[in-house]
Design a protein around this ligand. Sequence first.
Ligand code: GLA
Length: 407
Amino acid sequence: MATDAPSTLRVQLVEQPRLQKLKEMFLSKFGTAPEFYVRAPGRVNLIGEHIDYCGYAVLPMAIEQDILIAVKPVKSQVVQLANTDSSYLDFSTNVNNVQINKTKPQWHNYFLCGLKGIQEHFGLNNPTGMNCLLDGTIPPSSGLSSSSALVCCAGLVTLKANGKTLSKVELAEICTKSERYIGTEGGGMDQSISFLAEEGTLLAKSKGLDWKDMSRLHDVQSGLGVSLADMLTVVEAVLHPEPYSTEEISKCLGISLEELRSQGLSQNTQDVSTFKLYQRAKHVYSEAARVLEFKKICNEAPADAIQLLGELMNQSHISCREMYECSCPELDRLVDICLQFGATGSRLTGAGWGGCTVSMVPTDKLNTFMKNVGKAYYQTNVQRLALENNSLFATKPGSGALVFVEA
Ligand code: GLA
């Protein structure tokens, strides 16, 4: 029996206009009422960028914007998917023949990742078919994890439709793995992972550790048994700011270029000729330290907590921009504008290289902040103007994935 499974709430649809509307659309689409609804939220990362895969803690927050799916299990072994946004086309497939298109993924492929993850976990021989209608409110391509929310939502939909239970942790693990069925879509993330693992391996060798056992920068810190502040000193002492060529890295490690390519570089970095090891390692260790500092301030709540937290967010953005190089001119401009109009802290959030910023704004300044940022960033540019309504919003912490059934 799964402990800490996602909650199921019994709700009166008259009190839930969004569910009610989805039910009506479902009825007109499929001719029957949904049996249950599943919601999975998007997220914003408050601080801790590009360090989760290096083994460090991060501080994400679930947001109100989400993926909501109305579901009716059916007797046939067909999954029919429809979206309330008609620009996303209907899709149907046999549940025993799930094909995920990695090269040109469309929205339904993310659903299929969650579906396949659960099917495989339970080795379901006879999975149920279902009719599903999806309603999403997470702006796409914004770095707020709309794709992951869809995979998670589909995972929970499949779990529930097949009468199974799992804990939230198990579900998260399965959905993390099953999202890989879609392959690399962003074009930057996988390279970064391999790249940083390579940095750790270098550092390790110079400090007498067995670098072949280390794949994350956190492994190097644990291996040395020192603090994050000490790791920053190590980076200064051991690495140089000039980019490293593959020849120099293989020489440092005492291996051939071929060995470096086969043992140290991922598929995506095979053809990369230089690596900024110093900058990337500096970002990771300093960002990991900022996350711990952020948490400490939240716990201790000193009188100037808001200023201190804002300053950490600003430092995080500078490090992402200068050291990790995952910002872009538009994100930098937006951060500047947000700070100019009253944000206490502002930074890019998510993978970066485009996407979204997150700002901390005192409640009493929120209205003027939204108006002025809208004017300064969106209303000065015709292309951005069209995005303003969906893109500029205030949010508060939302809950995790849930199942709703009609009371
Ligand atoms: C993406 C990944 C996350 C994290 C962020 C960067 O969103 O999915 O796991 O690495 O980038 O912090």
